[in-house]
Design a protein around this ligand. Structure first.
Ligand SMILES: C[S@@+](CC[C@H](N)C(=O)[O-])C[C@H]1O[C@@H](n2cnc3c(N)ncnc32)[C@H](O)[C@@H]1O
Length: 387
């Protein structure tokens, strides 16, 4: 249960450095405090909602606050639609409530509650004759298999976040997400290790399509000779890079169980690549690449570990070579600080960084030139080029 330990005012002594800093608040800070005090006043809220020039703003602020309070319920409705595989059947044809109830294995009143909630959120949509079809939100989700995979695995995150304060108290606590993303090799049980890694690798494969398309659009791989994708999962990124730049020599570095999976999947796709199995923090990376990619790798790890990755990348790169880092960054605060902030906390390591934080770390690792490349979907992935 969430329970504040003491009044926040009581926790600051009158002489504390925090109090001293508060006294030095800038004019802008004071204006912000005054605005917040005004918004927090019930009298002001009643006045704004009744006064026509401010009514529109008051309504939209109230709707925003309501959406924030109800967000967890909205997410669970979407989660239920994905989990019950409702979207694919409604793509084929619209269905009556009875048919939906049958498909979902729910009583009709339960199905009706789900369908109405989903229709209110644009996931489903009413059709004539009491039938329901896909709404615009449901259609967009259905068109993105990676997104469906992300939604489906969110049960781990939701269970970890039932008591967010308890979660924040102790990061090393065992969580459902930490069990899902097991990066430490467990040689005692290689089969289990492979099964666990296959689960997250399949999720990464499905979400990789949109990410890789953005990275490959942001930077021309064709100008390079040899690519090393570190933490490259099951090789999906390499497969897409090979289509984009057919002359490129390909190599991948992964944990043993994932490397084995990548080897099989690359061979099945008829793609020749050198697959190296190992621990990217502890072993030297294969040299000879003039392009190294770290796609959605750095954000999983804490700063000291990322510093190790960056210096290993610099050591492995051919002179004049390029390192590309592609991942969601905290320049989009809702994505970086809110979503990934909590996701990665629950996972037990890593954080989303701003592009300037990453550039600073690259600087410290000895890269002399760093640049942020434009991507079409910056909330999904931003790219930094370093040489
Ligand atoms: C979030 S996934 C990203 C995979 C892929 N780059 C993508 O974007 O789909 C992180 C990857 O890093 C790999 N990884 C984690 N720790 C590693 C280590 N110590 N050595 C090598 N690879 C590691 C994981 O197995 C996983 O495939």
């Amino acid at each position: 249960m969430l329970k504040p330990s003491a009044s926040p005012l009581n926790t600051l002594s009158k002489t504390s450095p925090e109090r001293a800093a508060a006294r030095k608040a800038s004019l802008l800070d004071r204006l912000k405090d005054a605005r917040s005090a005004l918004y927090a006043s019930p009298g002001f809220q009643t006045f704004c909602s009744g006064f026509w020039p401010t009514r529109f703003v008051a309504r939209s602020k109230a709707a925003g606050v309501f959406d924030l309070c109800a967000g967890f319920v909205y997410s669970q409705i979407l989660f239920a639609c994905v989990r019950l595989e409702l979207l694919p059947v409604l793509k084929v044809q619209s269905l009556t409530l009875r048919e939906i109830a049958n498909h979902c294995g729910l009583p009709q009143d339960g199905a009706a509650r789900l369908v109405k909630g989903a229709a209110a959120l644009g996931i489903l949509e009413a059709r004539s004759g009491g039938r329901y079809g896909l709404g615009s939100v449901g259609a967009a989700v259905l068109g993105n298999p990676g997104l469906q995979g992300m939604i489906a695995h969110h049960d781990h995150l939701y269970s970890d976040m039932t008591d967010p304060a308890a979660l924040l108290e102790n990061r090393s606590k065992s969580t459902a997400l930490a069990q899902y993303w097991i990066y430490s090799p467990s040689p005692s049980d290689m089969d289990a290790d492979r099964a666990v890694k296959e689960t997250y690798s399949n999720l990464m494969r499905d979400t990789q399509l949109a990410v890789a398309a953005e990275v490959l659009r942001a930077y021309s791989f064709a100008r390079h000779e040899r690519l090393l994708d570190v933490g490259g999962g099951d090789g999906t990124f390499l497969r897409m890079a090979a289509e984009d730049a057919p002359g490129l020599d390909l190599s991948l570095f992964e944990l043993p169980a994932v490397a084995e999976l990548a080897q099989e999947r690359l061979e099945d796709a008829g793609i020749s690549a050198d697959v190296h199995a190992g621990n990217m923090f502890e072993e030297d990376w294969p040299d000879g690449a003039d392009l190294i990619t770290l796609i959605r790798v750095c954000l999983d790890h804490d700063d000291d570990r990322v510093a190790t990755l960056l210096s290993r990348a610099r050591k492995a790169l051919k002179p004049g070579g390029v390192l590309l880092i592609g991942e969601p960054m905290a320049d989009s605060p809702k994505v970086g600080d809110a979503y990934f902030g909590f996701y990665l906390w629950a996972m037990g390591s890593g954080r989303a960084r701003t592009s300037s934080e990453i550039r600073q770390m690259l600087d410290q690792a000895g890269f002399s030139e760093t640049r942020v490349l434009k991507t079409g979907l910056p909330d999904l992935v931003r790219v930094i080029r370093a040489s």
